[in-house]
Design a protein around this ligand. Structure first.
Ligand code: ZN
Length: 499
């Protein structure tokens, strides 16, 4: 070895030592510094990748607000990238819940997504779903692919609609007790019912707390085609899904699910696709109805409550699979709390539902809605709607109590649970967040939203799990659900000129 080579090797050893020392210092160094460095790298990626142009996220009142804009692939990419931490957090919670209730593994759901749902998804939503997987992958290196994302988007329809249908079809032995969910309390009012004669719409989302505490996204989507949308939603999912949204042509949309609905059409179009398409492309109640009926697969069957701020008209679209019914008026109110009311829909699509049993959650809340809305006829506005969403009057027991029969549901406190939804005693579920808007707000693309129980009470996971070991399987995912403040959001929180 020549002297120069020896000198070179010595220099290399010194450099290597210095690098090792630096790395050791880093590993014991401040975690916040590493996080800042990572964020800086992400920001650079943000600046570099043209697909992220125009998009941003902000956090307020316990919500994560994202603005997405562009063509379908760009909107999807921005969604996956900006909400990657929330998607990676929600994916295991939701998918474990799907597998737990159905006793089916994840490849089963992926296969249903790939072979049954995917071929019927419009190309623009296929591109958006692919974009979500791509954005997520770029941000975190996640190996979730588009079929994982599609099955995840169908979390409200595959486990509780497709699987029971399949079990029946296959005459599966020991099939688990699966029931379509009873999600939400809502109303839409207009004319002489509201303070200003225009539309007021309000909704609280009922779901398991495990899912509901993650239902904290506000999406402001400005698509290349169709109307601009402002809606609440779930990370990684292209539709509001609980549902609450307004579009720039004046449509105001919410729903509650139909209790004890049964049915599925494997040749239909996924509900999450039709509902997203309807919010994006419908300017009227008729157009909304047409899109929801086109390829109806029976998944996540809802009573849709609609408003058109352009003419003050509201509607209720009770969308069964074999039957449906549309009611509409310019002077009235429609409420929802998971009951079907059209005799034909009940007979053909929700045969087991008993509209006369006033002890059940849907019917007890129906009675309370009627009472509360009647009492406030002519006074209804967004402030009053917020109070109504947090109402704790049990119409069956005729007393105030936070339980499974009140508009602001707290099923965790009830030993009765809700058997007709297969929610056992003290099921950790109920009202998880609320939203409201009126015609003026819809025109300005604004809404108010509150995370957590709309009444403002907190749910604390640790003592609940200690008292109810039946739900120990949720321990890795169930966390505290603390109520945030009522918070206003509008489309274009950060104007394009200042970005
Ligand atoms: Zn409450």
């Amino acid at each position: 070895m020549s002297a120069s080579v020896r000198r070179f090797v010595a220099v290399l050893i010194v450099i290597a030592g210095a690098v090792l020392l630096w790395l050791a210092g880093r590993s014991t160094g401040d975690a916040a510094t590493a996080k800042n460095e990572r964020d800086a790298v992400l920001e650079q990626a943000h600046d570099r990748d043209p697909r992220l142009k125009g998009s941003y996220r902000i956090e307020r009142g316990g919500w994560v607000y994202v603005h997405l804009e562009g063509d379908p692939a760009e909107i999807g990419f921005q969604h996956g990238y900006l909400l990657a931490p929330e998607i990676e957090d929600a994916f295991p919670a939701v998918t474990n819940s799907m597998m737990h209730s159905t006793k089916r593994d994840w490849p089963f759901f992926r296969e249903a997504a790939r072979t049954m749902l995917w071929p019927k998804i419009d190309p623009e939503y296929q591109q958006e779903l692919q974009g979500i997987a791509a954005g997520l992958n770029m941000r975190t290196g996640s190996n979730l692919d588009v079929y994982d994302i599609v099955a995840f988007n169908a979390f409200e329809e595959l486990p509780d609609y497709y699987v029971p249908w399949l079990n029946k079809h296959e005459k599966a032995a020991n099939a688990p007790n699966l029931k379509s969910p009873g999600n939400c309390s809502a109303f839409v009012a207009t004319g002489s019912w509201t303070k200003d004669g225009q539309i007021v719409i309000a909704h609280n989302n009922w779901t398991s707390y495990m899912n509901g505490e993650r239902w904290r996204i506000i999406f402001d989507i400005k698509p290349a085609k169709g109307y601009r949308m402002l809606m609440d939603g779930f990370p990684g999912v292209i539709v509001s899904d609980d549902d609450f949204g307004i579009n720039s042509d004046g449509l105001m949309v919410t729903e509650t699910t139909i209790t004890q609905f049964e049915g599925w059409d494997p040749n239909g179009i996924a509900e999450f696709v039709r509902a997203r398409k309807a919010l994006q492309y419908a300017g009227t109640i008729d157009e909304y109805t047409k899109i929801m009926l086109d390829g109806n697969n029976g998944g996540y069957a809802n009573d849709w409550l609609l408003g058109d701020r352009k003419n003050g008209e509201i509607a209720q679209l009770e969308l069964g699979l074999k039957a449906y019914k549309l009611w509409r008026t310019k002077d009235g109110v429609y409420a929802g709390s998971n009951w079907a009311r059209d005799p034909k829909v009940i007979k053909e699509d929700a045969r087991e539902f008993d509209p006369k049993n006033m002890e059940t959650s849907p019917n007890a809340r129906r009675a309370r809605w009627e009472e509360l809305l009647d009492q406030n006829k002519g006074k209804i506005d967004v402030t009053l709607a917020q109070q109504m969403l947090g109402d704790h009057v049990d119409s069956f027991q005729k007393k105030s109590e936070a339980n499974e029969r009140v508009l602001c549901g707290h099923v965790d406190t009830s030993e009765r649970g809700v058997a007709i939804w297969a929610w056992g005693p003290n099921y950790p579920g109920g009202a998880v967040q609320g939203k409201a808007a009126d015609s003026t707000m819809a025109k300005q693309m604004r809404l108010v939203a509150r995370m957590g129980h709309p009444c403002g009470e907190d749910f604390i996971a640790k003592p609940f799990l200690a008292a109810h070991p039946d739900y120990a399987w949720q321990e890795p995912y169930l966390r505290d659900m603390k109520a945030g403040p009522w918070t206003e959001f509008r489309a274009g929180e950060i104007p394009a000129t200042s970005r």
